[in-house]
Design a protein around this ligand. Structure first.
Ligand code: GLV
Ligand code: MN
Length: 198
């Protein structure tokens, strides 16, 4: 949920050397041209899938600098069969998503630890309240994809597994073995498995 703009637009100057307070400094409005307001990075299907069989294309302010100060952005998430967009949060935005292909089991967990979920298919929307942990699993036979819109130019993605088990430096084993009521050896095993997810 971003602040409201104070001018028509403020195309981010991502290279600017001026100090960054919040968001990015603007390019001079006179230097703006039509091409700044269009983005072609979603015209093709993704062809590189990660170890969880997902391709994520983030169209945030870094990819599309005209979004600077406009309080919105979009992601496309594509899944091979069985692909998982693993439990994560967007610390700065609500997510409103439109499924365009396939069948996804989409769910999120509230701060009361209630899981809300449904198998969604093309044409259906789902909403994730700001900061809530959520995931989507491709449960169909073929590929699946959805478009997520966010009310922030930079919603951020914080994934649960690397946050807890693959941070730099690592969280000490004692913290995690106590938190999860597990032996250190199990924590070390989980850390090594999560590190391999890349
Ligand atoms: C959707 O969950 C996304 O992270 O884009
Ligand atoms: Mn998400």
């Amino acid at each position: 949920v971003d602040p409201t703009p104070l001018q028509d637009f403020c195309i981010a100057d991502l290279e600017s050397k001026s100090p960054i307070i919040n968001g990015f400094p603007c390019k001079k409005p006179a230097d703006a041209s039509s091409k700044d307001f269009f983005f072609e990075g979603l015209t093709k299907r993704g062809n590189e899938f990660d170890t969880l069989n997902v391709n994520l294309t983030q169209v945030d302010v870094f990819a599309f600098p005209a979004l600077n100060t406009l309080g919105m952005s979009m992601n496309r998430v594509e899944f091979l069969p069985g692909g998982l967009n693993p439990p994560h949060t967007h610390p700065r935005a609500t997510e409103l998503s439109l499924v365009v292909e396939g069948k996804l089991l989409a769910g999120w967990v509230s701060t009361e630890y209630i899981l809300y979920w449904k198998v969604v298919s093309a044409g259906e929307l789902f909403v994730i309240p700001p900061g809530m942990v959520h995931f989507q699993l491709n449960v169909g036979e073929g590929r699946a994809q959805f478009y997520a819109s966010f009310n922030s130019q930079n919603p951020g993605i914080s994934k649960m597994a690397p946050t807890l088990f693959d941070s730099i430096p690592l969280i000490p084993d004692d913290v995690l073995s106590t938190a999860f009521n597990l032996n250190d050896s199990v924590i070390q095993l989980i850390k090594s498995k999560v590190a391999h997810l890349g």
